[in-house]
Design a binder for this molecule. Structure first.
Ligand SMILES: *Cc1c(COP(=O)(O)O)cnc(C)c1O
Length: 406
């Protein structure tokens, strides 16, 4: 049995939607993107959506929109995909890394300690699809003491008048906290539509706006659309209409628009999100029920009445195990043609960040999690007998690597 880690969900409806775009005479940003933005807005109940070509480019755009300067700081968890911090660096500011909680989300107490007068934004990550503790974080950034410390250096920051809360929701499209989507809680929620995510456009991302007063979300959405297209006042679709040739360039933007042919894939998938989520939950729950009898298997996050994951990953932790044994277990499973993964190699272990002076010793929980974590395959197409096969091999592999190393 050959089990890939995260193949995309491509059915006849996806193919039909992509074909429709290919045969329409228009393949880059146009009607399909406009539809996807509308449907994502409705799905996330946000106040406006701008599709872009990745999570990373969307985050850079939002931080550019906030006009970050050298010396500005953005707080991020140490335990995430590198893009979370890379976007901050690309926008000209400094990522301040903090440690995580047992549920893999950012430690709110550590955020408190990390805030300085230079803190301009916080980017919590909804790892595996579990919403971060946004209500607590909002309490901190709107508290009198922290608001008084905030020192805006331009008009956008003055309008916001506090630290901006941006979610890295690359995993959490469809997650719920207290009957709300993440996009309804934070200032800006950024989704990834990368090939391995719950909904994909092969490569892509979406910025979901929920900016507080006095911002006008529709005006900011239009502004961001322009910024995502080189600062050009008309997109190619509009310019392509007879007589529509004249345009202006008003600002130095980025070129990060999402093509229609990509949007078509996500559009078709989004329309059956409920089914896709139900199937992910089936896989998640089957793993948990099969693994619950092993004391060495620390099961990942379980939903509560108010907080519901989008089941993007199944981040199992093993105990006892060493990092070396975990690596051997991954090797054992790969010989059985089962692809697994580790989410994540904490950023301070990566050369770029090490060279910048980040030190893994400052993030003990992130390091401990990394050493014993193994992510099992989870996607709607995974059959029950495949799940059983994965678990059987995992149990055998665990026993083997433990015996050999005792
Ligand atoms: C995938 C991912 C990203 C980056 O998404 P792209 O669309 O590839 O730029 C950022 N953060 C997390 C947590 C991710 O998993």
């Amino acid at each position: 049995m050959k089990i890939p880690f995260s193949p995309p969900y491509i059915d006849d409806d996806v193919i039909r939607e992509v074909n429709d775009s290919l045969l329409s005479g228009w393949i880059t940003t146009g009607p399909k993107v406009a539809l996807l933005e509308e449907e994502l807005k409705e799905f996330t109940k946000s106040k406006g959506v701008v599709c872009v070509n990745s999570w990373t480019s969307g985050a850079i755009l939002m931080l550019k929109w906030l006009h970050l300067e050298k010396g500005d700081e953005v707080i991020v968890p140490a335990y995430t995909y590198c893009a979370t911090a890379m976007a901050v660096i690309d926008a000209g500011a400094k990522p301040i890394m903090v440690d995580i909680n047992d549920d893999l989300t950012i430690d709110v107490e550590k955020i408190k300690e990390a805030i300085t007068p230079r803190t301009k934004a916080i980017i919590p990550v909804d790892i595996a699809g579990v919403p971060s503790q946004y209500e607590k974080i909002k309490e901190i950034i709107t508290s009198k003491q922290v608001v008084e410390m905030f020192s805006p250096s331009n008009e956008t920051q003055r309008m916001l008048n506090r630290i901006m809360l941006i979610s890295d929701s690359a995993h959490s499209l469809g997650a719920i906290a207290n009957n709300r989507s993440v996009a309804q809680i934070v200032d800006v929620c950024i989704l990834s539509l990368h090939a391995v995510k719950n909904i994909t456009s092969a490569e892509g991302g979406a910025i979901c706006l929920n900016l507080p007063e006095p911002f006008n979300n529709e005006n900011e959405r239009k502004h961001l659309k322009i910024l995502s297209l080189n600062g050009q006042t008309k997109d190619a679709f509009t310019k392509n209409q007879a007589g529509g040739w004249r345009y202006d360039v008003v600002e130095c933007g980025l070129k990060i628009n999402l093509p229609d042919v990509n949007a078509a894939i996500a559009l078709s998938q989004l329309r059956k999100y409920d089914y896709l989520l139900k199937e992910r939950k089936r896989v998640y729950d089957r793993y948990s029920s099969l693994l619950s009898k092993y004391s060495w298997a620390k099961l990942p996050y379980q939903d509560t009445d108010s907080v519901k994951s989008s089941y993007h990953l199944y981040p199992l932790r093993l105990n006892p195990i060493t990092e070396k044994q975990r690596d051997e277990l991954i090797e054992y499973l790969s010989k059985k043609e089962i692809a697994t993964n580790v989410h994540y190699i904490p950023m301070p272990l990566l050369t770029l960040f090490k060279n910048m002076g980040y030190n893994m010793e400052n993030y003990p929980k992130a390091y401990n999690t990394y050493c014993r974590e193994i992510s099992l395959p989870i996607y709607p197409q995974l059959k029950d007998e495949e799940i059983d096969y994965i678990v059987n091999n995992l149990v055998q592999g665990y026993n083997k690597v433990r015996e050999e190393n005792i």
